[in-house]
Design a protein around this ligand. Structure first.
Ligand code: ZN
Length: 280
């Protein structure tokens, strides 16, 4: 049983629809990892970071059926930080870790749907299998180049996929700057987006100030995180929230997530981490 699903569908989504308590502009940025059948027995569905291809196809069909326009992350950031939001319903699709199954399973479905997406690559793991990324193989540079030529945005996800807040500051800068340079040299395209690996360091304000400063200095235009919720200007351009999509999300749950019915989890996440970082 999924408590988050029950509370979303039974309580928070209906309340949100009935009250529409905020007029803040928001865009759902969907967060996927692997598009495959590979699951990890015993792990709660919330922590399963794969989506089977047939479920992914259904979710893309739901976006089409609901008339969502899928735009690039960069465009979404431009909308959020200008005073003008798009007139139509808008969503962004992102993939962390750049697994090779993006090429075989996600890309054909995205092309069929006429959707674009942003793929975040850890540059030191390109073409490799790494324990850090659950022994799944990552895309090669040739594959990334093909995706980039065909309308997919390639963003940076560091070099080695570390927990950045645990590294010395100069290593953090290196992971952020060098990965951008390498993608730009190999693909001959500007890299504008960054995805922070692992949990968002809520409450670690000195790290966050440094981190946001480095992203800006390196020329990134926006950054996404694993903070949950639809993205809004309040997140700041480098702290954008996303909506995690899990392997067992059915149609009702997926629609509720798009509409903001899952945003409440972000508040829970904030208090849990903030309390943890303040007292531990
Ligand atoms: Zn990752």
């Amino acid at each position: 049983m999924r408590v988050d699903r029950l509370l979303t569908l039974g309580l928070f989504n209906p309340v949100k629809k009935a009250t529409d308590w905020t007029k803040t502009p928001r865009i759902p940025i969907l967060m996927y990892h692997s598009i495959s059948e590979q699951s990890f027995p015993g792990k709660h569905p919330y922590y399963q970071t794969h989506t089977p291809p047939e479920i992914f196809r259904e979710q893309m069909a739901i976006l089409q059926e609901l008339d969502y326009k899928v735009i690039s992350l960069r465009h979404a950031a431009e909308f959020l930080f200008s005073s003008k939001m798009p007139d139509e319903k808008t969503a962004v699709i992102t993939f962390d870790d750049a697994y090779q199954d993006f090429m075989t399973h996600a890309y054909p479905i995205l092309m069929d749907s006429g959707f674009t997406a942003t793929v975040f690559v850890p540059t030191g793991l390109v073409g490799k299998v790494s324990e850090r990324l659950l022994n799944r193989i990552c895309l090669s540079w040739d594959e990334l180049a093909e995706l980039s030529r065909n309308g997919m945005e390639i963003g940076s996800h560091t070099i080695t996929h570390p927990k950045l807040p645990l590294l010395p500051r100069e290593k953090v800068s290196y992971e952020i700057a060098y990965s951008k340079n390498e993608i730009e040299e190999r693909l001959n395209r500007e890299v504008e987006s960054f995805s922070l690996p692992y949990a968002f360091p809520e409450g670690h304000n000195s790290f966050l100030r440094f981190y946001y400063g480095i992203l800006k200095e390196c020329g990134y235009r926006c950054g996404v995180t694993t903070r949950i919720g639809r993205a809004s200007p309040k997140d700041g351009e480098y702290g954008l929230r996303r909506i995690p999509i899990n392997n067992s999300d059915d149609e009702r749950f997926f629609k509720a997530k798009l509409e903001g019915g899952y945003d409440w989890i972000g508040y829970l996440q904030f208090f849990k981490k903030f309390i943890h970082s303040s007292f531990v």
